[in-house]
Ligand binder design. Structure first.
Ligand code: FES
Length: 572
């Protein structure tokens, strides 16, 4: 084994060796732990009581530590910024890049040889992967696991998806506010993250599909003893990874990303993964662009009957065999790159060769898929010159080719003010347009793209409309929703020029999103366009100044790439 990186701190003589080792000894560590025989394993923890999905991560870390000790390592846990989707305002995504900076600098600046990333709630997964990728030590991911299925009035209800549905039912007068309140406790029954195939579960699947975790990471519920076992095994494995010098860049190859794109389609995964994986690829030096999602994933069938695209929940997915079954189906379909390396040192195809399915109503065969051609479609046109995305598996088939009159909301506040008005001039054939919710326009690009439908149409039985915006959408949401329009309105994208009454055409088959307004009229509108000023100070100002557009991953331009694990300057 080559000399451990941690020895650059703990192996020093004289004053500086004293400083690095001595203060650590106030925690009771004996001398021999610093002699360079045991790899120091950092456990990067996003635990926070404000992040309920990650509220059990101290226990999870204890499981990892058991494995690290057993394998001959020296585990040291450290906190990083925790991003909870339900509490963090204005939106957790505003802080993904900040958390990634925290992770990167915490790893690089401390004496560790390998890292375990504890990830759960939506943004914690990409933030940790991105930060760690820019350092590129031996690294392994461990997700916190989904909650148990929600149970309410004799039926299953899923995180997010069930809430959107029940909320619409309350607004349409089909559910009482009292029942709605009672559902809060029945949906969230155990530790863990959202148990639909929302962004958290999607990203946990991405971690496994990328080869960045041990098999079965994605689906084992947080409350299952299997999750603690996985934590233990993850701790054991990272010590070996350090000895093998199996760093992140050996796992995160172009083929690994292609596998993840295919898996995203096969699981009916969240559109948020598009942004996160592009950002991650750029951190590790892999070329991945928006169109790859369409080229590689759009023809891949959806195999999973999970909410929001289907019926079941993550707990059912686990019992049916979990992600290894989906991966095996994709291998048998001749799609997956089976030779992609994973953190256990084996090829992904080998890992899943014996995966068995125990419930074919949850995980379908590739020969008889749940939905055909289910990947994310990337749309272009004068309304989205750099692209926009739609998740066909969550959309209404009859709306995938549609022309309609635009009803424009200039920002989210305008939307909230007018959407419930009985006087809103809108009908079922209209296209709802929301502006100024992109990365810069509403810093952090909130998940408001699945605009709630006008109550007056809901009461007539309407269930979906075409909605377009530069915003994101919760992975638990559904509908014919075009998202991530790039360039966004706030930087003068065509979206900024749309006016109510314009005709917009969505043509998913031909990958088109167009504004049917003559160029000269658009030019005249552009002359009058005002770009919003920068926020006055603080992190938000830096964010708006430096964040890239959605199709580029919405990372900060100065964080793209990595700097490795070497310390640039050393005052010691
Ligand atoms: Fe944390 Fe959904 S709110 S995963």
């Amino acid at each position: 084994m080559k000399k451990l990186r941690s020895q650059e701190w703990f192996g020093k003589g004289g004053l500086h060796g004293f400083l690095h080792r001595g203060w650590m000894k106030n925690q009771g560590w004996p001398d021999d732990l610093f002699e360079g025989k045991k790899p120091v394993i950092g456990i990067c923890n996003t635990w926070s009581e404000f992040t309920p999905c990650n509220g059990h991560f101290r226990e999870l870390a204890e499981g990892v530590k058991r494995g690290v000790w057993e394998a001959g390592g020296f585990p040291l846990e450290f906190p990083v910024m925790s991003l909870g989707e339900t509490n963090m305002r204005p939106t957790a995504m505003l802080f993904r890049n900040l958390a990634a900076m925290d992770v990167e600098e915490s790893i690089r600046g401390n004496p560790m040889d390998g890292v375990v990333l504890l990830m759960g709630c939506d943004k914690t997964t990409p933030a940790l992967l991105m930060g760690a990728a820019s350092v590129n030590l031996p690294t392994i991911g461990l997700s916190g696991g989904p909650m148990l299925s929600g149970k309410f009035q004799g039926r299953d209800i899923g995180s997010g998806t069930g809430v959107w549905k029940m909320s619409e039912d309350v607004r349409a007068g089909k559910m009482s506010p009292e029942d709605f309140l009672a559902a809060e406790s029945c949906m969230n029954r155990s530790k863990g993250h959202c148990m639909t195939m929302g962004t958290a579960s999607t990203m946990a699947c991405m971690v496994e599909a990328l080869g960045m975790s041990l098999p079965h990471n994605a689906a084992i519920p947080a409350a299952d003893a299997g999750r603690s076992r996985l934590a233990h095994l993850t701790g054991r494995r990272i010590v070996k990874m350090v000895r093998e010098d199996l760093c992140m860049s050996k796992i995160l190859t172009r083929k690994a990303f292609e596998n993840a794109i295919m898996v995203n389609a096969a699981i009916g995964g969240s559109t948020n993964a598009v942004i996160h994986l592009i950002a991650l690829a750029k951190r590790i030096g892999v070329k991945l662009v928006l169109k790859d999602w369409d080229d590689i994933g759009s023809l891949v069938p959806c195999l999973l009957n999970l909410q929001p695209s289907g019926k079941y929940l993550m707990e059912d997915f686990c019992y049916a065999g979990g992600l290894p079954v989906v991966l095996r189906e994709l291998v048998e379909a001749g799609l997956l790159h089976k030779n992609a390396l994973t953190v256990n040192g084996k090829k992904i195809g080998k890992n899943v060769a014996k995966a068995e399915c125990w419930n074919r109503d949850v995980i379908y065969k590739h020969t008889e898929p749940f939905k055909k051609s289910a990947g994310i479609a990337v749309l272009y046109g004068n309304l989205a010159p750099d692209g926009a995305v739609i998740k066909p598996s969550a959309a209404t088939p009859s709306l995938m080719q549609h022309s309609g009159r635009a009803v424009v909301f200039k920002n989210i506040e305008d939307f909230n003010k007018r959407i419930d008005s009985p006087d809103l001039d809108i009908d079922a054939t209209c296209v709802m347009v929301l502006k100024n919710c992109g990365p810069k326009g509403y810093p952090g690009m909130p998940e408001v793209g699945n605009m709630r439908l006008p109550p007056k149409l809901l009461k007539q039985g309407l269930t979906d409309m075409v909605r377009i915006s530069d915003a994101r959408m919760s992975g638990t949401a559904y509908g014919t929703v075009v998202l991530h329009i790039s360039p966004e309105a706030a930087v003068g994208g065509t979206l900024a020029l749309v006016e109510s009454g314009d005709i917009i055409t969505l043509d998913v088959r031909n990958r088109k999103l167009s504004l049917d307004v003559p160029d000269e009229i658009l030019m005249a509108r552009r002359q009058k366009l005002k770009i919003p000023p920068l926020p006055e100070r603080g992190y938000e100002r830096m964010y708006v100044e430096r964040v890239e557009q959605a199709h580029e991953g919405a990372d900060f331009d100065f964080l793209v790439g990595g700097s490795g694990s070497k310390i640039s300057r050393d005052a010691h």
